[in-house]
Design a protein around this ligand. Structure first.
Ligand SMILES: Nc1ncnc2c1ncn2[C@@H]1O[C@H](COP(=O)(O)OP(=O)(O)O)[C@@H](O)[C@H]1O
Ligand SMILES: [Mg+2]
Length: 153
């Protein structure tokens, strides 16, 4: 059954860091706290920057802690609303996320394709494409998370 898998995609043209921050703020406002957010895109596409903006929008103090978790694989941020886990699988292709999925917002850079198949929680995929020094194209797809796309209507 392919039908409700990423049936809808929304494409965003982002022209500056500020526009990325606005996108992240908007997304933060519709999160329930159990989403799996999968970030794809080349190095320097903006995955970590987006994560910092998203966590900051949820909780300003927590946002300041966000850095690239490349060396630690996973960072956990406490926010006023729900825990946020930030995982970077660039070096580690296999990492067991079963204990954290559903227990907070889980943000994954360089996700394994199998993560897109997770059924238990809403999955939000964002693909970053570099189109200029400060410009990006973002493709947003959701599974079991129609409410997320509605936030952008
Ligand atoms: N509109 C934009 N969106 C995202 N990043 C941008 C944008 N404009 C410039 N940048 C810069 O691009 C770089 C993105 O790096 P980073 O977020 O670490 O990427 P990644 O985690 O995908 O490797 C940062 O230096 C950021 O300041
Ligand atoms: Mg990164």
């Amino acid at each position: 059954m392919v039908y409700n898998f990423y049936m809808t995609e929304k494409v965003f043209k982002i022209n500056s860091l500020q526009e990325l921050q606005e996108f992240a703020k908007r997304l933060s406002e519709c999160l329930k706290g159990n989403e799996l957010i999968l970030l794809k895109g080349n190095l320097a596409a903006g995955k970590t920057t987006f994560t910092r903006f998203l966590v900051s929008a949820i909780d300003a103090d927590a946002g300041e802690e966000v850095n690239s978790p490349t060396f630690s694989v996973m960072n956990e941020y406490e926010t006023a609303s729900f825990p946020v886990f930030h995982v970077d699988l660039y070096r580690v292709k296999k990492f067991d996320l079963t204990d954290i999925i559903g227990n907070g917002v889980v943000i994954v850079e360089w996700p394994d394709e199998s993560l897109f198949e997770i059924e238990d929680v809403p999955v939000i995929g964002i693909e970053f494409e570099i189109t200029g020094e400060n410009e990006r194209v973002l493709r947003l797809k959701v599974k079991k998370g129609g409410y997320v796309l509605e936030c952008f209507e």
